[in-house]
Design a protein around this ligand. Structure first.
Ligand code: ZN
Length: 120
């Protein structure tokens, strides 16, 4: 896996559409189906740091609309499954999504993390 494939040099604003989804083979995947992708963050902020994202572009939690209901139901099932595994494995987990200027990549994604913070 090259650094560029891992996205460490990526400076755009949609890592998911531009890097992760077209280059799934370069990721450490936890879940992958036609709707939802979950993988270990390529530049983790925490010791365990998995992100869950819809394959179809949705900008953020606050732009989700009625037409995304099916996709969001599928997202939730995957987030729950990943969160359950991380909680079971480490005894604790956080489930977070960022909005506005807190959201670096403008593609809806949910962070599931546990353990020590690695970087800011
Ligand atoms: Zn996108």
């Amino acid at each position: 896996m090259s650094d560029s494939a891992a996205g460490s040099e990526y400076n755009g604003d949609d890592f998911y559409c531009d890097v992760a989804i077209p280059h799934v083979a370069a990721l450490q995947v936890e879940h992958n189906d036609e709707w939802v992708l979950a993988f270990h963050h390529t530049r983790p902020f925490w010791n365990t740091h998995i992100v869950v994202a819809p394959r179809r572009h949705v900008r953020s939690l606050t732009t989700v609309s009625e037409g995304d209901a099916d996709l969001m139901r599928r997202m939730f099932v995957v987030v729950q499954d990943i969160a359950r595994k991380v909680e079971h494995r480490h005894g604790a987990a956080s489930v977070v999504t960022n909005l506005g200027r807190y959201q670096d990549s403008k593609h809806f994604h949910v962070h599931v993390h546990s353990g020590e913070r690695r970087r800011n």
